[in-house]
Structure formats: C-alpha cells, structure tokens
Design a protein around this ligand. Sequence first.
Ligand code: FPP
Length: 236
Amino acid sequence: MADISSHPIPRHVAIIMDGNGRWAAARKLPRAAGHREGAKSVRRVIEAAIGAGVHYLTLFAFSSENWARPAEEVSDLTFLMKHYLRSELAELHEQGVRLVVIGERERFGPALAQELEAAERKTAENDRLVLVMALSYGGRADIVRAARRAIEAGIPAVELTEKAFSHLLYTDGIPDPDLLIRTSGERRISNFLLWQLAYAEMVFTPVLWPDFGADEFAAALEDYALRERRFGARPA
Ligand code: FPP
C-alpha cells in the first residue's frame, strides 16, 4: 500500500451504499437480510471514518426514488432505520457523533420525523464526526426546494449567488464532499448530492455494501490521496 500519511484526508466523504439486494440474492436470502447486513457496514464505516480523521460522513440511506419499491421493502427499510436509531444513538452520542438528517423526513410520518429531530438536538454539540443521513433525499428535489425557498424569502435575483443558494440547500453549513464512494460496481450519481458533488473525487468499487468495511474504506481514502485536485484550474 502506498504511504498516504503525508497526503490530505478528505474532510467530507459521501457514500452511495449499493448492493444490499445483490448480496442477499447471492445467498438466496430475502432483500431485508441484505439491508440488515448493510446496517452493520454502516457501523463499521462510521468507526473507520472517526479513526481516519474524516470530519463529515454522508450516507445515502434512502432515496426519493426508493418509495417506488414494493411496500414490504419500504417498510423493512423504515423499520431498520428506526431500529438503528434507537439502538445506536446512545453510542454514537458517546463517540462524539453529531447526527444531521437531510431529505424529506416528513414522508416517514410524524413519529419518526420527531425522533430524528430529537436525535439531532441531542447530538447537536458533538464535533468528532458529523454523520449526515440522507433520508428520502433527492438531489433535484433539494435544488428545487432551495429555489422555492429563495422565492418565498423574496431574495432579489442579483443577490442569489452560488454562495447564497448553497445556504438554502439541506446541506447548509456542511462543506461539499471531497470524495464520493459508490459500492457494487455501479457508476452513477443516481440523483444524490447533485449540487454538492461538483468537484468531488469519485471512487467506484465492485464490493457490495454489506461486504464493505474498514479495509475498503481505507483503500478509497488511499485512492483519493493519490489524486490531484485542481478545482477546474490549470496546473502551475
Ligand atoms: C442499496 O441496496 C441500499 C439501499 C436502498 C438502502 C441502504 C440501506 C442500508 C445500508 C441499511 C439501513 C440503513 C441504516 C442507516 C441503518 P439495493 O437494495 O439497491 O441493492 P441492489 O442494487 O443489489 O438491489
């Protein structure tokens, strides 16, 4: 392995956690078993991110498009998120993790939405890792919502700069991701953080999400460290 100790660690890593279904199918298990196993990877990756000194970790846990899956799978995923929140919150809090939820949380119903809000409030002062959970999130919906908020706030057109617009997105206050990882061999953004990923480095790995752990996370950071980021500028 190359020595990355002298190279920058990404401040913000975003992950499209893909391949739970294929992991389960390969074992002739129900899809829910793949999602359950995927939740274990979430735990491992949070620890790996803290260990590596990553400051923001954004996980695409449920997309706006996931509502179109069969009702049983939607309910399995919702149950898993609820269960995860209840069983992990105390430990996340103890580890200094701040939870931030982006997306249309109201669509999960008032009870879960309130629970998510309470978790955000409880962990609001933590600063070791900011864990951003994208729930019922879509990149286009984020941008349209920001445009509506700008109109509702009566912001004059000339004042609507990129910076001003970014404050209207769900991710206000969170720096743009430096690195996007997508598992399972797919090479698409799939309506994830469309605005925020403008300059992100991308790492695509064939590993299915339930098989993703600390080693795979470290390999992605290593890949990132070896890239040269120019943000559109020409090299000197
Ligand atoms: C993609 O696999 C994954 C999802 C749709 C949801 C991600 C959810 C988890 C990792 C588990 C629960 C989350 C938390 C926060 C505890 P897929 O079903 O699209 O896989 P496939 O493409 O192989 O069918």
